[in-house]
Design a protein around this ligand. Structure first.
Ligand SMILES: [Zn+2]
Ligand SMILES: [Zn+2]
Ligand SMILES: [Zn+2]
Length: 149
């Protein structure tokens, strides 16, 4: 097993698997079929994780295969990348700038900054003497003129 992210990126890395793993606890019965062949169709998912030396977080889940070879479920390997902003392993792709949490935080901050600017502009307009406000012909006209200056 190699770190899938490093394989894709062409990096060499060591992959350190977590010592703990998690297995779901569903019951099932093994059986011998009509030809006397042994089957074991284990529905339980085994999950574990790891960290590679290039700083990727790996989540890996797999299922036991039936010795008769008719029960095989896909292994799922998911990789997370470290977010440069919050330093957590929240990034889904190496191309993303930040994790989705930091992305939404940045969006909120941008929205707030925009609202603050708008409020400040409106306060500026309201602070004008009445004659000047009448002369400019309303907030929108005033704002257009102010932005073109
Ligand atoms: Zn890696
Ligand atoms: Zn089977
Ligand atoms: Zn983040």
């Amino acid at each position: 097993m190699k770190c899938p992210a490093c394989v894709e990126l062409g990096y060499l890395s060591k992959l350190y698997m977590d010592s703990g793993s998690f297995t779901t606890l569903m019951g099932w019965s093994s059986y011998y079929d009509e030809d006397g062949i042994y089957h074991s169709h284990d529905p339980n998912r085994h999950s574990t994780g790891g960290r590679c030396s290039q700083d990727h977080q790996i989540y890996w889940s797999s299922y036991s295969k039936c010795p008769a070879g008719d029960y095989e479920r896909d292994e799922v390997v998911r990789v997370s990348y470290r977010c440069e902003v919050c330093k957590s392993f929240g990034k889904e792709s190496p191309d993303a700038e930040t994790c989705s949490y930091c992305e939404s935080k940045a969006r909120d901050a941008e929205r707030k900054a925009k609202a603050d600017t708008e409020n400040a502009t409106q306060a500026e307009y309201r602070a004008l003497p009445g004659w000047e406000r009448r002369r400019t012909g309303g907030f929108t006209k005033w704002l257009e003129k102010r932005n073109s200056d």
